[in-house]
Design a protein around this ligand. Sequence first.
Ligand code: AMP
Length: 385
Amino acid sequence: MATSLPAGAQIGIIGGGQLGRLTALEARRLGYRTCVLDPDPRSPGAQVADERVVGSLEDADAVRALARRVQVLTYEFENIHAGAAEVAEALVPMHPSSSVLRIAQHRVREKEALARLGFPVPRFAALGARDELGGALGRLGFPLVMKTAVAGYDGRGQAVVRGPEEAERAFESLHDRSDTLILEEFVDFAMELSVICARGVDGQVACFPVVENRHRNAILDVTLAPAEVPAAVSSRARQMAAGIAEALGVVGLLAVEMFLTRQGQLIVNELAPRPHNSGHYTLDACCVSQFEQLVRAVCRLPLGATDACGPAAMANLLGDLWPEGGQPDFAGALAVPGVRLYLYGKAQARPGRKMGHLTCVADSTSAALARVLEARSRLERPATR
Ligand code: AMP
């Protein structure tokens, strides 16, 4: 194992959202300092970091300024200018590397890389121009999902397409956001799964349990850990995630989102080379959380055990729960036994914006889910205290 970074060393985090915030908190617990780059000086990450650089993630000078202040870099968001990431990486090690980032930040490159490496992906076609649409529709058939190749997240930048006219309309609305679009066959899945895999500089790999993710309006709503799937499916899912992390040479975290089809086949949907919303439950349910694991990997410490101490569930809290000019009933939610609350410190609640989450560890995933849902429903009542 290469020499680990000493306590007191500073980790640079590109992006100051909730993933950066939770990483910074775990880094601090391990004795490291953090410096967060974000355009908002009061971003969730900036609030808890030791230092901050205020600037755009697109700005090579801002990324360079961050790199000069830290011993190692990581990121919590893929939409970083690839050139800026390369500039930073020339100054200080960045994990995962800019080559992993380049693949994961572009849906066409990602699907092409996975297919080349022999991992199963939905049938897809890249679309650069409108006159390519007819040919792609002919090859793929319907229904389809059309997505922007870049800058899409939380269901933004995608549309389900059931016929040629819908395809024309979707192309019209999506193509100004991204030069390249991707068309994918619509996978009739039985369940959505994800696996978060950590890999150290020495190649040590550790996968967290396979979890089930349920979405609402294409935004993650709840995670159930572990997913209730046959042991063979869960071991295949973990092997696949570890195989992808190894093949891409990831150091840090790689979250692999997969579809489990009704025939029991696993198909990779998306990669995220960073902490993932579906891994928030690890803060309460696993020996080492995904955030601590990231810190360990980038600081060249041994990876921790990923075993869960019990079944768990996580429910996201979106801005929709915030009453106009007020706050949800947090005390009411926290009265549900076993439920823990994480708030990200975002000043403005907007519909669809991730403001926090709830977790619970219980005797079964269904009991844990029932508790986080009960707590979330209590949040919907206006606070009276
Ligand atoms: P993504 O941003 O690619 O993770 O997509 C967000 C959500 O849209 C996924 O979690 C799925 O619920 C749904 N989705 C995306 N791609 C497909 C697909 N090819 N087939 C069916 N559903 C999809």
